[in-house]
Design a protein around this ligand. Structure first.
Ligand SMILES: Cc1cc2nc3c(=O)[nH]c(=O)nc-3n(C[C@H](O)[C@H](O)[C@H](O)COP(=O)(O)O)c2cc1C
Length: 357
């Protein structure tokens, strides 16, 4: 089968399985994190301002629609709709992997529609760690992107029958891309989490931002397992570290600072606020907004995002935080397996629980 037709079919199957496997009622490790209520906050709702800036990317709301799609007429429509939602609500937005447009320029419109519908938006192009620096810049140019996401997805590739088996050139290639391109580079997982040792390597090659993209939401091991139908990896679903674990691990004093986004399994505004309280510059949502849009329409999804934005500000009031820097000082208590994980990874869990505002 032609390479691009195969890729288009894979993209459509990813959407099908991501939506059919989506379940926000699942227990989440975010539930093992608790913020401390403040009964007499020193802030009014109208004064809460969650605007921020990182690596020259400025945003009013610390939320972005994470990488999902593009590369076919069906996904062009979806990208167009997601971009309408992002434009109406002021969210940042990433497109899905842009390989198909690099190989076949006729498919570029399925990505550039996002810039067309969100002309002033902060937009992220998306490629794998396999593309050349020149191809990376092509992807950026198609979208007139403000930043480039490079996804790293070893577990997905290995479970995927037709996936890649060679990875030892990735770090060097990411470094070459970072040197060549004219926008900030974000390295992201696709739902298995980024560990401290990986983050250190990325920091050493001057990557601008990492996106932890942990386990807890869309599960690409489960999706690829469903696609291959032979059951060989049935035991494997659930691989990786949750977003909560990844966020806790990087609170370690050994961690050398670099800006991070958090995404993966963010179900509602409270999960998003917990990510921000643990230092994320912004929070990404993929499966949850895709599932909502698929069941509703653009207008309803705009209202849904507006409600998220409002509730995030309301929760900020409940913990007496008028902005992102105050939120990062809110005491946050971890329980159960998450606490055990943090302690084993050398994080001073009491310090997080006893932070002073
Ligand atoms: C249908 C679908 C397609 C995706 N395609 C890509 C992709 O092309 N590139 C990428 O970096 N991540 C891709 N992702 C991963 C998301 O960006 C995100 O990291 C992951 O879904 C975890 O977030 P969630 O739990 O909010 O869905 C995709 C996710 C979904 C649901």
């Amino acid at each position: 089968m032609n390479d691009n037709i195969e890729r288009q079919r894979r993209k459509d199957e990813h959407i099908y399985f991501a939506v059919s496997q989506h379940n926000t009622k699942l227990q989440s490790q975010f539930d093992e994190l608790e913020l401390i209520n403040d009964a007499i906050p020193m802030v009014n709702l109208a004064d809460v301002d969650l605007a921020g800036e990182v690596a020259g990317l400025a945003f009013e709301t610390p939320l972005y629609i994470n990488a999902m799609t593009g590369g076919s007429p069906h996904t062009e429509k979806l990208n167009g709709q997601l971009a309408e939602v992002a434009a109406a609500t002021g969210l940042m937005m990433a497109v899905g992997s842009m390989h198909s447009a690099i190989r076949d320029p006729k498919l570029a419109s399925s990505y550039s529609i996002v810039r067309k519908n969100h002309p002033e938006g902060v937009l992220f192009a998306n490629i794998s760690a396999d593309l050349s620096p020149i191809q990376a810049q092509q992807a950026i140019d198609i979208l007139a992107a403000d930043a480039l996401q490079i996804h790293v997805n070893v577990a997905q590739e290995l479970v995927m029958k037709e996936g890649s088996r060679d990875f030892d050139h990735w770090l060097e290639n990411i470094a070459a891309i970072k040197e060549h391109v004219n926008v900030p580079v974000i390295v992201k997982e696709v739902g298995f989490g980024l560990a401290r040792k990986t983050i250190m390597r990325l920091r050493d090659i001057n990557v601008d931002i990492i996106d932890l993209a942990g386990k807890g939401g869309t599960d690409f091991a489960r999706i690829e397992n469903a696609r291959r139908r032979d059951g060989k990896w049935d035991y494997f679903n659930d691989w990786g570290q949750t977003t909560a674990q990844s966020l806790i691990a990087i609170q370690s004093p050994n961690y050398v600072n670099m800006p991070y986004f958090a995404s993966g399994g963010v179900r509602h505004p409270l999960d998003a606020i917990k990510c921000l309280a643990l230092g994320a510059e912004a929070v990404g949502i993929a499966g949850v907004i895709l599932a909502y849009l698929k069941e509703h329409d653009v207008e309803a999804t705009i209202e849904w995002v507006e409600e998220w934005k409002l509730q995030m500000k309301m929760i900020a009031v409940m913990v007496n935080a008028r902005n992102l820097s105050k939120l990062r000082k809110v005491p946050i208590v971890a329980y159960g397996r998450l606490k055990e994980w943090g302690e084993l990874r050398g994080v001073k869990m009491e310090q997080l629980a006893q932070r002073l505002m």
